[in-house]
Design a protein around this ligand. Sequence first.
Ligand SMILES: Nc1ncnc2c1ncn2[C@@H]1O[C@H](COP(=O)(O)OP(=O)(O)OP(=O)(O)O)[C@@H](O)[C@H]1O
Length: 289
Amino acid sequence: MALEFQRLEFQYGRKACLFTGLDLRIDNPATVLLGPNGAGKSTLMALAASQLSPHRGSVSWHGVNPAAGAGDRAAYRRAVAWLPQQITPVPGLSVREQVAYCGWLKGMSRAAAWRASAVALARVGLGELADRSGQRLSGGQLRRMGIAGCLAHHSELILMDEPTAGLDPTQRAVFRDLVEELTSEVNVIVSTHQTEDLIGTYRQVVVLDRGQVRFQGATEEFHALAAEGGTGAGPGNATGAGADESGRPTAAVPGPGTGTSTSTSTSTGTVAGAPSAEAAYARLIERET
Ligand SMILES: Nc1ncnc2c1ncn2[C@@H]1O[C@H](COP(=O)(O)OP(=O)(O)OP(=O)(O)O)[C@@H](O)[C@H]1O
C-alpha cells in the first residue's frame, strides 16, 4: 500500500508555488516527515488528507484518487485519517461520544461506532476517561482521543501533523510509545521538526525543505548521513548539533572521523540516537540564511 504524490503542484493564492511537480511515493508503514518551519509539511499532510486539492497532479492511496469522483473521495477518506495540529473537541460531547462521532462521520452505523469507540479508547489507554468531557482533556490526552477516532473506523493510514508539539516530556514519551505500537497494525505518517521524535519509532525518513524532498530512505541511512564527511562545521565537531525554534539546524555537524554519539541529554530528557539524527538533519537542511 502506498501514498503517492505525482507531479503535484500547489500554491496558496498568489503566493509563489509551494510544490512544483513533486513526485513522492511513501510505502513504509512507519514514516516520519521532517522539515523546518515553512517547509510545506502541513500543506502536504492536508493534501494527503484531501483537505486541500492539488492545482495539478494527483494524490492517491493504494491507487484511489480522491479527486476522481464522489465515490473515490468517500473511499479515500474512509481509508486515510488525519490528525491535524489542532484538535478541537465538540462542546458537550464525552470522550466516548467524540470517538463514536468520528466513526459515524465515516459511514459506520451508530451502534457499530459506539462499540468501536470503546475498543479504540481502550487501545489508546483512555478507557477510564471515556465519560469525561472532551474539553477537559490535556493536550496529550486529546491527541490520543484523536487517534482513537482514527482507529474507530479502521483507517488504513493515519496522518499526524506535529502530534507532539506542545506536549511535556512525559506525554511525548507516552505518545511516541503509542505510535510505535500502532505502526504494527496501521500505516502511520507523522510530520515533525523535532528530530528526537523519530528515534526508535519510524523506519523511514522523508526530509522536506521549501517544497522539495531532500532525502527519503531508511532511518538507519538517515542517521548514517551524520557520520559522513562534507559540509557542516567541519572536522572535530562532534557535539552541539540541534535545531532552533523554527526547526532549522543551529549548530555543528560531526566531521569525518569524529563518530556519532548514541545518546544526548535534551530538555526533553535523554534520547538515544538524537545527536546523529540532529546532525543528519542539519547536514541536509543547512543553508545560508
Ligand atoms: N493558509 C495559508 N495561506 C497562505 N500561505 C500559507 C497557508 N498555510 C501555509 N502557508 C505558507 O505555505 C508555506 C508552507 O507552510 P506549511 O505550514 O505547510 O509548512 P510546515 O512545514 O508545516 O511548517 P510548520 O513546521 O511551521 O508547521 C509557508 O510559507 C506558509 O507561510
